[in-house]
Design a protein around this ligand. Structure first.
Ligand code: TMP
Length: 216
């Protein structure tokens, strides 16, 4: 894989527990940047490319115990690699802003932190087959009971992870907050318990400041 410095585009991710509102915010940021005339690719994980979307169905539908944790990590990485090859890298090479609804932080937290001691496996696989981090990550933080009620109310048929319950979502929230503390330069923690428009405005402001920052 080529070095990051050679790429022209900007890679932004949205993260958060299920029902946190991150998908709405990812869409709002994409629209806002497009209005300003920027070339934006809005994508998601698992998915974001034809093959990766097929793998998504294996991951988000069905019984919560369907896969072992190890198999699940491999499937997420297979989907991410396809997404990277087919969607993310071509767009970054073309100088676009890529906004993804979830990326590797989700695997670190859902598979690595919330499920025992699998984080070393998650990190090794990421280094071996992905090796890319977002330039900027928005973590939409939210109280799990409120977020879970919102997520399950959608009845999307993709509730395999939501079905693991409130305790699991609480562990996820703690995992995301820990990641944000460990990566303050990349991850912006956003309070998700406010009106959607206020959150979007804050995110747009942070993004603009980031785009206007002096070259390193
Ligand atoms: P979504 O609801 O944001 O579309 O994500 C689908 C589910 O997949 C969600 O419950 C989180 C889960 N997930 C992981 O467990 N690990 C990952 O690496 C990703 C990208 C998602």
């Amino acid at each position: 894989m080529r070095e990051r410095a050679q790429r022209q585009g900007i890679f932004v991710s949205f993260e958060g527990i299920d029902g946190s509102g991150k998908s709405t915010q990812a869409r709002a940021l994409a629209e806002c940047l497009r209005t300003e005339g920027r070339d934006v690719v809005l994508t998601r994980e698992p998915g974001g490319a034809a093959g990766a979307e097929e793998i998504r169905r294996l991951l988000v539908e069905g019984n919560p115990e369907r896969w072992s944790a190890e198999t699940e990590i491999l499937l997420f990485n297979a989907a991410r690699r396809d997404h990277l090859e087919k969607t993310i890298l071509p767009a970054l090479d073309a100088g676009k802003i890529v906004i993804t609804d979830r990326f590797a932080d989700s695997t670190r937290v859902y598979q690595g932190a919330a499920r025992a001691s699998l984080r070393p496996l998650v990190d090794k696989l990421h280094a071996l087959v992905i090796g890319l981090e977002p330039d900027l990550t928005f973590l939409i933080d939210m109280e799990p009971a409120a977020a879970l009620a919102r997520g399950l109310a959608r009845k999307s048929g993709e509730d395999r992870f939501e079905d693991l319950g409130l305790g699991f979502q609480q562990a996820l929230r703690a995992g995301f907050l820990e990641l944000a503390q460990a990566n303050p330069a990349r991850i912006c923690q956003i309070d998700g318990a406010r009106p959607m428009a206020d959150i979007s405005a804050q995110i747009a402001q942070i993004m603009r400041a980031w785009l206007d920052r002096p070259a390193p």
